[in-house]
Ligand binder design. Sequence first.
Ligand code: GLC
Length: 553
Amino acid sequence: MRVKSWWPNSAIYQVYPRSFQDSNGDGEGDLKGVSTRIDYLKSLGVDAIWLSPFYKSPNKDGGYDVADPRDVDPRFGDLGDAKALIDGAHKVGLKIIVDIVPNHFSTEHHWFKAALNSPKRSRERARFHFYDGRGATGESPPNNWNSIFGGPAWSRITEKDGTAGQWYLHLFDSTQADLNWDNQEVREDFEATLRFWLDLGADGFRIDVAHGLAKDEILKDHHDPEALTRALRLDVTDMPDNERAELLSDVPFFDREGVHQIYRGWRKIFDSYPGERISVAEAWVHPSSRAARYVRSDELHQIFNFDFLVAPWSAITLIPAIKRTLSEVAAVAAPPTWVLSNHDSPRLVTRLGGGEIGEWRARAFALLTHALPGGIYIFQGEELGLADGELSDEVRQDPIFFRTNGKDKGRDGARIPLPWDTANEATNKFGFTTGEPWLPIPAHWSSKSVASQDKENSSSLNFYRESLRIRSEHPALKSSSNYEINWLAAPDGVIAFQRHPGFALFANTTAQTMDLEVPAEFELLFSSRPGVAIDGGRLTLPGDATCWLTAFK
Ligand code: GLC
């Protein structure tokens, strides 16, 4: 008997462990803390939890600088805590997805230390990208690439005899040394890591920088590295679309053909385990049609679709984005995904303008997203309607802030610990910790805390719970075999579609109330803000609002 897949339609909740729940009073979240909140996640109505890295790490990039991928960093607990978390989640029917970071290792990994202690052309150096520099004394880097985080993508080492030595590649921070995926030991080591977590019970992997592993033109200069760096940065908005598209269509270190062979090998490992073990690629590829190549039937299961993560709340952008995504994944028979926020981007409310308007738009955007076919990802705190917290420069920790000399404030604003209750309100700990939160929690988050929102029917938290509940129960939304949506005619600024059986959505992305015609059999099911009414086939929909209609009794 074929068992129904758990993942194509699932709601997956991203936990950023450092900021989720502290259990030992050191001011940083940990795995035991996550275990104590399993009931909360269950009651929210998600199907799975994706845990950002909790592995041994000097934490120069929020744990995405991994020093031992098969061990837990003491700040998060130990392997026993990881096992307990996986088992605890399984007990209530939640799946656990862990992060894997194959593009680079921390320079604290024992392989990198061994490379520093070994000569040129040694087996130890061959696991990374070590090259001699250019110029008479090797004083210039091997090529002109920039780090995504700012500054050059190469750092020079000092050889054991004290002389200035070779250079190593790091597409991100200088403490994140890129691995050489042409090296058999690298491939085998990652397969061992996959098996390690699968054996422990993990249900899948989120693959960090999944498009980065193959580097086939490593000694070639790029024709315009500064422009390329700007094109790769989401916060650079003053670059013309065609210029950006041109630059991103050929990035010498991303989306090279060689990555696909790696994932075909990984897929065989996933499929060799009982249950459905899945994978989701973090791969920013251009044009977006290239994304489908990662989810061909013998490769990965999902790829994050980041269209909504960067899109404004505007029908004119969103309608074509939805159409394009659906047709691209349909071509390879893979389910689509939708992402509104994550640990690398400003929080949704902030991105949509902040304040009350930002909050209404965020709910409207969520309701649109939750009605689309496929899987959804929810970043912790999105359900609370949190905005980015204000931070002073002294407390910032993101390497982007340091590598751009403070020009780019970085991603810490979205990584502030969650406010759970009003306990210790006076000291701004909000039930997250009994110690000093590693990033200060804004005082005004008291009303945003889970405890406050739990009691209030119209809160963002209860809105998310209801939306996820209906999404898992309505026959048109819960079906994972029907990815069709039927577009309805609508005035400019309005998104309108039907899904069968008996579901319709209207989203008003303008600020004005709209009076809309709807098929007579529909009645109001749910809406993102008050003031929505249906009367004799006429729908009154306030600005920045989405509503769900049903004809299914
Ligand atoms: C991914 C992660 C991000 C990290 C980077 C380098 O984009 O999501 O947080 O900084 O990879 O590992």
